[in-house]
Design a protein. Structure first.
Ligand SMILES: O=C(O)[C@H](O)[C@@H](O)[C@H](O)[C@H](O)COP(=O)(O)O
Length: 257
């Protein structure tokens, strides 16, 4: 797994815009090289603000949205269209404004599907397995970009410290009793996250600074899930100054444009 690079931006607004530009560039590069690309979206304030920043920039048209596979790292187990669903936020911020191929927007289904949370997780795992190719060497595709927001407790996706999902070797699990409402969620697990070519953890605000410090230290991923958020090729922590405020000196290269 890759050692995290750290990039610090002035504030949450500049961070979202900078991550948006970075996503567009990454997707254009990958599509130029491979013809198609894949991205895993996240919920949360910065995650959704980043999608809105993509929608707001003319450079978004450089991405071939028809040749992009869109996945989610986690989802709240709520009915389609519920305003608390990460999918709802992503569609309002970006997906409804670009020409995505509906067949390549892979949502984690809620209770209106008639499935339980466990069945929905299994269905998503089957969708991931169907999209995996031999060169991925596993049950999930090698995602080109895995975006992850991070909570003040260092959770990523819906992997909360000490909870059973962190011990699970399956790629997708149902989460019950989430400390962050709503209580029932669907989440990729760390093995699925670590299959990504690149993992980008995005965080803003002083309340995340302790979690950032732990996530960049030699912490164990069960107690510090963000410490397990590592890509096979590259890991980036994309932060604002407030979230970066407790990073110990000498912890690798910190770019502060
Ligand atoms: O479903 C969710 O809630 C998100 O996927 C979650 O992992 C989020 O990204 C973090 O909690 C950070 O959220 P904030 O950026 O709003 O603090």
């Amino acid at each position: 797994m890759s050692v995290p690079g750290i990039v610090v931006h002035r504030d949450a607004d500049v961070l979202a815009k900078a991550v948006a530009a970075r996503i567009i560039t990454r997707l254009v590069d990958v599509q130029s090289a491979k013809g198609s690309a894949s991205i895993v979206l996240t919920g949360g304030t910065v995650g959704i603000a980043t999608l809105a920043a993509i929608a707001a920039t003319p450079a978004r048209d450089a991405v071939d949205w028809r040749r992009l596979d869109i996945w989610w790292g986690d989802e709240r187990f709520l009915p389609d269209g519920d305003k608390e669903r990460n999918e709802t936020g992503a569609r309002a911020a970006l997906l409804d404004h670009v020409d995505v191929d509906p067949a390549r927007v892979h949502v984690m289904r809620g209770p209106d599907s008639g499935m339980t949370a466990e069945e929905s997780a299994d269905a998503y795992a089957a969708e991931l397995r169907a999209a995996a190719r031999p060169e991925d060497h596993g049950p999930v595709p090698s995602f080109d970009v895995m975006l992850l927001g991070m909570g003040p407790d260092s959770h990523v996706a819906s992997l909360f410290p000490g909870m059973p999902a962190l011990y699970d070797t399956r790629p997708v699990v149902a989460v019950h009793g989430s400390p962050k409402p709503p209580p029932t969620r669907i989440s990729l697990t760390l093995p699925a996250i670590q299959a990504s070519r690149e993992v980008w953890v995005v965080a803003a605000g002083e309340e995340k600074s302790g979690a950032v410090r732990l996530a960049l230290s030699e912490s164990g991923p069960v107690q510090v899930p963000a410490a397990g958020a590592r890509g096979r090729g590259r890991t980036l922590f994309l932060l604002d100054r407030a979230a970066a405020g407790k990073i110990p000196p000498g912890l690798g290269r910190i770019a502060s444009p």
